[in-house]
Design a protein around this ligand. Sequence first.
Ligand code: UGA
Length: 436
Amino acid sequence: MTVIGTGYLGATHAICMAALGYEVMGVDTDSDKIVKLAGGEVPFFEPGLPELLAKALDSGRLRFSTSFEEAAAFGDVHFVCVGTPQLEGSHAADMQYVDAAFEELALHIDRRALLVGKSTVPVGTASRLAGRVRSIAPAGPLAEVAWCPEFLREGFAVEDTMRPERLVFGVESAWAEDMLRRSFDPVITPDMPVVVTDMATAELVKVAANSFLATKISYINAMAQVCEAAGADVQDLATAVGLDSRIGKRFLRPGLGFGGGCLPKDIRAFTHRAEELGVGHAVAFLREVDAINMSLRHRTVDLVQEIAGGSVAGLKIAALGIAFKPDSDDIRDAPALEVIDQLRQLGADVRVYDPVAMDNARAVRPELTYCDSALGAARDADVVILLTEWAAFREIEPAMMGRVVRQRRIIDGRHALDSARWRAADWRYKALGRPA
Ligand code: UGA
């Protein structure tokens, strides 16, 4: 098999498939990425992946290339894993990378092969590409398209690829289904559901799932704002509501909201596509989900100002965390960066620290003051603010940090800290929707 696109999704898929015993070729137009991967270096942070890459390379089953011609000659099944970022100036998805990957590959497909899309795309894309591939591939109708959405989470990418909760196959023929079953044979266990459906449904499953997750997060964050106004405690509320097994406690953690390369752009692209299909009204609530999520960034800045006594101008603020979530170096649409930007605009002197995302952050925000530890960032701080819930931040000893700051004031932007421990060490602790 081949894997086209070696970003967070594709590199993980290629490495895991080789580790599972398949002959795999990873393909990318970015030769730097290919050189790194071929040399045993994963170009991003993902726990467990570097070790697995080393094993896969040692096995001789994993190779890399920048050539679509080589890929077409090599593979019977081709997984397309390139990105669909938000189009500039629009809510739509930018389809240029997916379209180019299918086109360039199809031009070289001269025997029976399956081209499988894994990228998150607007519904209707798979069917459009299937027609295009048939018409330009030398193999004609023997070049088939299928859709197999990916549900992996950054930080748990290896686990989610090796032991997914389900697989979804969007297919147009029994042959395509058979090829997909054979491509995931070691992953498919008797108790792991495989949903076989048409391509449009498979495309929609992905955006519907991400929209639901985003809605759940914005729901609890809306409750946090009500709790804040009513003097109630959103953490107890989330615990009690989540104990209803119909609701469930996961994705009910309040805080700064969702970011990253998936949830924000996926709900926007979904809304855009639904409008094109004439059913924009059916998912109009996703605009509210997005608006609630974005408002949390301003609300968190407000909390910093409130705890600082009104203004942050001239104050030193320690920002702990930049990545959009822990166990990732991904800073795409990271809520932390926006909070940091706003605090700086208000005149604060912000010192930042993140265990792995600082190199990525430096590339887009060279002007920030980066520190080499959480304690370093907190030195002489007037307010400490937790922006990404890294496990290491949870373990910070409040008394020890209390000795280096100027003022013991902390905003827990991720509802991740034990408020009682911090208060016991004489800190003023505040999180949105929790009593002061
Ligand atoms: C998300 C989905 O969870 C994956 O299933 C999907 O495959 C992926 O997008 C994708 O489309 O590729 P990911 O972006 O890695 O995965 O991150 P999540 O774990 O979903 O977290 C998203 C954001 O929500 C983070 O910023 C996180 O901090 C935030 N979050 C999550 C909350 O604010 N509260 C919660 O309770 C949970």
